[in-house]
Ligand binder design. Structure first.
Ligand SMILES: [Zn+2]
Ligand SMILES: [Zn+2]
Length: 223
């Protein structure tokens, strides 16, 4: 699957709540093979090719959307692959921290999505993901790095919260999971292929948001 030029059919909802306005973008069709499981600070998803491409498209959109929440209702996925990692299933929301979305409002926002839904097609550019420099990757390990992705779990939903740069630095893993998988699988037929993202701070001084890992694996049985 090539991501360049890919068209992603979505639904946009504009929710008014408590004097605020929230724009939520979600896929038009329910996610296929993309269940997400909560395994105690380790969130695991098993995806096929189409679901990997949808996730990469969502990631691309999250990097560019300063004001929108990108909502992947993965609890609706009929897939059971990956269930060995946990019983509790999660939805996924990607949002930039500059949006300052009050996550406790999510259940109320989610309940109002259907009321204002309208279709919208997102088209990815020919080269959707830029290649961050070595220096940018090195900065991730720095103590004062402000672009670290953070996380919260609210109402059966994993929120990934970050800056544009934070999303861009993690996008390479999502792109490879989609585009490079066939070649990878041909070269190493029995190997595990995944994107693994560190969310939250691993530094001890930050008590607000401990470490969590988002692990997205290409399903061995359903490519
Ligand atoms: Zn892995
Ligand atoms: Zn599967």
């Amino acid at each position: 699957v090539r991501l360049g030029g890919r068209r992603w059919r979505t639904i946009i909802s504009d929710v008014r709540l408590g004097g605020e306005h929230y724009r939520v973008i979600r896929p038009a069709s329910p996610p296929g093979h993309a269940a997400l499981y909560d395994a105690d600070r380790y969130a695991h998803a098993s995806v096929d090719g189409e679901a990997a491409a949808d996730l990469a498209a969502a990631w691309w959109l999250a990097a560019r959307s300063r004001h929108s929440l990108i909502h992947l209702p993965l609890r609706a996925s009929p897939s059971r692959c990956g269930a060995e990692h946990g019983d509790r299933r999660l939805d996924l929301v990607l949002v930039q921290h500059s949006r300052q979305f009050p996550v406790h409002r999510w259940p109320a926002v989610r309940a109002r999505l259907a009321a204002t839904a309208r279709p919208h097609t997102v088209t990815l550019p020919p080269v959707p993901f830029r290649e961050p420099s070595r220096t940018e990757y090195d900065r991730v390990r720095h103590r004062e790095f402000h672009d670290q992705l953070r996380w919260r779990i609210v109402a059966d939903t994993l929120f990934v919260i970050g800056s544009r740069t934070g999303y861009e630095l993690a996008a390479g893993a999502m792109r490879r999971l989609t585009e490079d998988y066939p070649a990878y699988r041909a070269a190493w037929p029995n190997s595990h292929c995944c994107a693994e993202l560190d969310l939250g701070r691993t530094f001890r001084h930050d008590q607000r948001n401990g470490a969590c890992r988002l692990h997205v694996q290409r399903c061995d049985e359903h490519s």
